[in-house]
Design a protein around this ligand. Structure first.
Ligand SMILES: [Zn+2]
Length: 274
């Protein structure tokens, strides 16, 4: 069972059907995990366990980050029992950019616990053109941080999107919908023609169509397509980006592209989604 499935099973066991009932402290207590808030040196949350009881200490922050930290420590307690942890969970992008499997699993657990598929999916299905307006709405509904919500929105794999974060023009982390073909390699340095580049310099947020080659590296076909880009200021001088692949052809792996395009032409259903 994946960490996400474990978390969603817990939500199902509690019979929760509404985001306001996602009481992460209550879930923790039920699992024998006591939650305390205290200043911590060099980390955002710790877990100390003894037999069937444990204490999670959370560094006070805003509600979204605190909830994510609690979910993360509950994930460790459920999946990695018998160990103690000192975690940097304040920023889920940090873990995404790291190589720690246990930390990634605890983050995945937290993301599914706070934004379970059965509750988030119907809301995502109603989104026509994903933007930070939706990210902010979902973050408000689920009481989560904007970063955690961006990562989850891509990974729920309903919209053909890539969420990314840049700092000083360099890629820090990215989260792509599993259906987005791997051939689309996101640039590690911000292209000067991207909106994100302008936002990094002086803007607050920018949104609109972009040639796909602004966003993707070493891809000789990128110039044929356009994507929607929405870039906004993140924390600490970072820029968050949502890249929305509006053209259905971009979702087809390269080897099948010609054949399927031929099929579509021969069946008279060749169309592009814009
Ligand atoms: Zn951790």
């Amino acid at each position: 069972m994946s960490p996400g499935e474990r978390a969603e099973n817990l939500i199902a066991d509690f019979g929760i059907t509404s985001p306001e009932d996602l009481d992460v402290v209550a879930f923790a207590y039920d699992a024998g995990l006591e939650v305390e808030f205290d200043e911590l040196e060099g980390c955002d949350a710790t877990l100390m366990g003894f037999e069937n009881r444990a204490i999670a200490t959370i560094r006070p922050s805003n509600v979204g980050r605190e909830r994510f930290s609690i979910g993360h420590e509950l994930g460790h307690w459920e999946m990695h029992r018998g160990k103690s942890f000192r975690c940097r969970v304040d920023d889920p992008g940090e873990t995404l950019a790291s190589n720690s499997e246990q930390e990634k699993h605890a983050d995945e657990y937290a993301a599914h616990l706070l934004m379970p598929r059965p509750l988030l999916m119907p809301m995502v299905m109603s989104v026509e053109r994903p933007s930070f307006k939706h990210i902010n709405e979902f973050a408000e509904i689920f009481q989560t941080s904007r970063t955690a919500t961006c990562i989850r929105l891509a990974q729920i794999d309903t919209l053909p999107i890539i969420a990314a974060c840049y700092r000083g023009n360099d890629l820090r982390w990215l989260s792509r919908a599993p259906d987005v073909p791997k051939k689309w390699i996101v640039k590690r340095r911000l292209d000067e023609d991207s909106f994100a580049y302008d936002v990094m310099q002086h803007g607050k947020e920018m949104q609109g169509k972009q040639p796909a080659e602004v966003w993707f590296d070493d891809n000789d076909v990128a110039e044929e397509y356009e994507v929607m880009e929405h870039s906004a200021r993140g924390r600490d001088g970072e820029v968050l980006v949502l890249i929305y692949l509006t053209d259905v052809e971009m979702m087809t792996p390269r080897s099948n592209r010609r054949r399927e395009a031929d099929d579509e032409i021969s069946h008279g259903r060749y169309s592009r989604r814009r």
